[in-house]
Structure formats: C-alpha cells, structure tokens
Write a protein that binds this ligand. Sequence first.
Ligand code: MG
Length: 178
Amino acid sequence: MLEILKPKVYINSICSLDLKKLKKLQEIKGIIVDLDNTLVAWGENDVSAEVIDWVKEAKKLGLKLCIVSNTSSKRVAKFAEILDIPYYSQHLKPFSKSYIRGLKILNTKREETVVIGDQIFTDILGGNRLGFFTILVAPIIKRDSLGTFPQRTIEKIILSFWQKRGILKKEVDDWPAD
Ligand SMILES: [Mg+2]
C-alpha cells in the first residue's frame, strides 16, 4: 500500500536536482512541477535567484516545464509569469486530470516526464498512479496551509519509517551523483 506513495527519489531541494545528469540517466523531455514549498516558500511572494537559475538551466537543456498546483490560480499565474512557464491549477492533485492536463500542455509522453513536488499525498501519489518518475523535495519551509496538517503528520511518520528501514534515502548532495 505504501509503495504507491513512495517517490523514486527524495532530494533536499529542487536546485539539487542536476538536470544535465538526469537527462543523461534517462530520456526526459518534460517536468510537471509543484509551486508552493517546491519552487517558492509557502506564503512567499518572491522566487529565489537560485530557482530562477534552475528554471533557466532546464529551458537551456530543452526541457519543457509546467507548474501544476493546488494553490489559487491567481498566485500560480503570478509565478508562472515570473518564470515564464505555463501552469495548470483547476483540478486538484492527486486527481489524474491535473497531471493529464499538465502533460497536454507539455506535449510530452508520460515516460519522458518527471513529476516534482514536496507532498507525498498529492504530488507523489498522483504522479505514481499515472506511472510518472516522481521526485520528492523537502519543503522549502516547514510552514504550510492549515489544510495540509493531517497529511503532513502522516507523511512525517511514513518518511521516517522508510528512512529508518533503508527503503528510501534522502539524497544530501546533488542528484544524480557522478
Ligand atoms: Mg507543495
């Protein structure tokens, strides 16, 4: 049962995802990425220079990006404009429709697309169910919307269970490694 919640990889932050190396590891063309606590801190109005550079690097490598978020459309639209990438926020993750729409926007195949997010009950569950390569990032800040509190609590228990048993390792350095 827990397998459907397990990301393929667990990394510290989106910026520690080495896209050049990931591209060598497997044929990826697109990225469906979450907004809050993945690209920007929850409640923050600015995006860090580091994330801006990461997005630039992705584009330089020819990767297509699409923000798929459960946050209000107004907020998502603002960051999508800053980063100059498309977005979709009308159906809620983990429902399949949101990923399928994201995929349509990217115009990539599932097997060429990775899903990145900071929550296992939305980003990872939905991504795994559709067979995407899923990457969990540690949330940028611990604060989050109140609605996510129950999931966050269970998430911590599951993550610690996996890590203690060596089922999932949190990559401390950039990933993929050499
Ligand atoms: Mg998030």
